[in-house]
Design a protein around this ligand. Structure first.
Ligand code: NAD
Length: 435
């Protein structure tokens, strides 16, 4: 919806300066549905200019010592109060293309830029067209931090146009991509003729396994958070909860009760637990999964279609929905197999440890998993058998940026520290245990 307001108009950042573009696309405020800013609709021409700037800056930047590079990166980290200083120097040096998704936009973008430039690469980054503003704001700090022109170039635009121009560019031999598995398949195909090095961080369908000896209070509180934080729009969010049959009824009752207390509200409400989803298209997609579940005979325990969503009249055009809990689904249901990437989670009972592991592993994804038990022996046994790059026990989202991160199976490729064999993935699995 366009109102008569003046919009923020973003520009590409190429060779150390902002460069206007001829055409733009609209980006919407998810909490109102109104146009919020205009984002450059870049294509091959803009990507070529950015790659040329990155190539021109490369000889000098790559010859800087690691200490000099880290000095300016620390300065940038201070300016944006970010985690850039976590990254140390390594050996790879080239022009890298970085493509990031709309969720956690600044965090995921800087998580790509920092290690790339710390290694002496120069980069062209393309943030998501749906959440470009924080990247654009960061550009202003690059020169202030004395990062030489051309080391970091940001080109805004859509995936098929700007993203694909970067993926296909012959002078960009490395692509680091975070996003959906479907887009990754396209990137693999398009980059194959150039034999590019790829790092792919993709989707998930993350299970939580709740054993009969779990601390239920902590488990319920954390699992509500792991399911619905950021509207369930974090790749590491829980979307399938397997609960031992002996505590299933008690867990479900407590979980639904706690979910109903999770407040959906507008950005200015400090008591909000959840805001709007990213777009109308995404909201429609997430809701369609709830409808499909109903059609399959599942039960919606709370949320969408069951409870009432209260949003102020000014925000009626926003993309809000209630956190939703579903039971009674079969493992083969699309709600159990596909990444919904919204505030929807499914609860399923199990009887044995083997059954829980088999069900948890029964999807194409393998990003993260959570185990709830007080039995340390079981923790190690189960974690080893779970096909997930990250396994948390009795906690969620406890992170150290120095630990290997990434997914198995269709959740990723090029996981740091890992090789392509299944055994090796298991050995380097990141298992975080809270005692
Ligand atoms: P997406 O795949 O639609 O888009 C991601 C980025 O790729 C965007 O910048 C988009 O413009 C670009 N893109 C789209 N088509 C392209 C093409 N043909 N060529 C080049 N670039 C293209 O994903 P999204 O909807 O923005 O993000 C959500 C997805 O990201 C979810 O699947 C989520 O699980 C995943 N994700 C994964 C991680 C992780 O670390 N594993 C982290 C965050 C998000």
């Amino acid at each position: 919806m366009e109102t008569g307001k003046a919009f923020l108009q973003l520009e590409n950042y190429i060779g150390g300066r902002f460069v206007p573009t001829k055409s733009h696309i609209s980006s919407h405020d998810p909490s109102t549905g109104e146009v919020y800013c205009k984002v450059p609709d870049s294509g091959k021409e803009e990507v070529d200019a950015a790659v040329n700037a990155a190539k021109a800056a490369f000889p000098i930047w790559s010859s800087w010592s690691a200490q000099d590079r880290s000095r300016v990166m620390n300065k940038l980290a201070d300016l944006i109060e970010n985690h850039l200083e976590e990254f140390a120097q390594a050996e790879s040096k080239d022009q890298a293309g970085l493509i990031s998704p709309w969720n956690l936009p600044l965090y995921l973008l800087t998580w790509k830029i920092a290690p790339a430039i710390a290694c002496g690469n120069t980069v062209v980054a393309k943030p998501s067209e749906m959440s470009s503003v924080t990247a654009w704001m960061m550009c202003r700090f690059l020169s202030e931090a004395d990062i030489p022109p051309g080391v970091v170039n940001i080109v805004f635009g859509t995936g098929p146009k700007a993203g694909e121009a970067l993926v296909c560019h012959p002078d960009v031999p490395i692509i680091s991509f975070t996003g959906s598995t479907v887009t990754a398949q396209r990137i693999i195909e398009k980059s194959a003729p150039h034999c590019k090095k790829l790092s792919l961080e993709l989707g998930g369908k993350n299970p939580a396994i709740v054993f009969e000896d779990a601390n239920l209070e902590e488990c319920v509180t954390t699992t509500v958070r792991s399911s619905f934080s950021n509207q369930g729009e974090i790749c590491l969010c829980t979307s399938r909860i397997y609960v031992h049959s002996s505590i299933y009824t008690e867990f479900l009752q407590k979980f639904v009760e706690a979910t109903r207390k999770w407040k959906v509200s507008i950005p200015s409400d400090p008591t909000a637990n959840m805001g709007a989803l990213i777009s109308q298209t995404h909201l429609t997609k997430v809701r369609s999964y709830v409808r499909k579940a109903l059609a399959e005979g599942a039960t919606i325990k709370c949320g969408e279609g069951v409870d009432t969503l209260n949003i102020p009249s000014n925000n009626q055009g926003g993309y809000f929905m209630l956190p939703t809990v579903i039971t009674g689904l079969k493992e083969e249901s699309c709600c159990m197999q596909e990444e919904i990437f919204g505030p929807v989670t499914c609860v399923v009972p199990f009887d044995t440890e083997e059954e829980a592991i088999e069900k948890a592993n029964g999807v194409k994804y393998g990003l993260a998993a959570t185990i709830w038990t007080r039995d340390v022996g079981r923790t190690h046994r189960v974690a080893k058998k779970l096909q997930a790059g990250l396994v948390w026990t009795n906690c969620w989202l406890v992170r150290d940026l120095n630990l290997p991160f990434g997914g198995m199976k269709a959740s990723g490729l090029g996981r740091e520290g890992a090789k392509d064999s299944y055994e090796f993935f298991t050995e380097v699995k990141t298992v975080t245990i809270k005692h």
